[in-house]
Design a protein around this ligand. Structure first.
Ligand code: IMP
Length: 179
């Protein structure tokens, strides 16, 4: 399906059904991998809000949930490499098994920044889950990235939490920009 968002045209890349199926499968993996602990799940806003909400409904083991808010795109379609921290994590993560939930890892700079920052707070372990990964855009290896929903090409996407100029976050499917 085609969509116009602000000045750009988009077409469907991943349907809501496929997302739901993948989210369920990741939930099963998390339940198994964290069954001997009470993980502290940290959702990264804004882009990760829908994925975090859907994923934690599949997490049936005891867990805690918190959020942090980072911004790195500033409304364009390419990474600016500048990261702005809008909401800092207010809780103590020392000694906790932390699972970070991201919407997308593009260059990897945001993930790297967040992981390095959280490491200073001495968690027992740090694991990352990202709905999307753009392997061709990755500039830094993220060892902590254990769960990946979908690998996509080096293309700009919106929907299911992801935005273009703050629009499109509400879309149930994920769309890619058409040239
Ligand atoms: P990175 O630092 O380059 O890995 O970019 C990570 C952040 O940029 C993500 O958390 C998103 O907020 C944003 N981002 C990266 N790629 C896209 C995209 O294709 N669409 C919308 N936002 C994106």
């Amino acid at each position: 399906m085609k969509k116009q968002i602000a000045d750009l045209g988009f077409e469907t890349l991943i349907t809501a059904d496929k997302i739901e199926e993948r989210v369920k499968a990741i939930g099963v993996q998390i339940n198994e991998d964290f069954k001997d602990t009470v993980p502290l799940i940290i959702g990264v806003l804004n882009g990760g809000f829908l994925f975090t909400a859907d994923l934690i409904k599949q997490v049936t083991i005891p867990c805690e949930i918190n959020f942090t808010k980072l911004a790195s795109y500033y409304g364009g379609t390419t990474s600016t490499l500048k990261i702005r921290e809008d909401i800092d994590l207010s809780i103590d993560i020392k000694g906790r098994d932390v699972l970070i939930i991201e919407d997308i890892v593009d260059t990897g700079n945001t993930a790297h920044y967040l992981i390095e920052k959280l490491k200073l707070k001495e968690p027992a372990s740090l694991t990352m889950c990202s709905l999307l990964l753009k392997p061709a855009a990755l500039q830094k290896k993220i060892e902590e990235l254990k769960y990946i929903g979908f690998e996509i090409g080096n293309e700009f996407v919106v929907g299911y939490g992801l935005d273009y100029k703050e629009m499109g976050r509400n879309l149930a499917d994920i769309y890619k920009k058409v040239n």
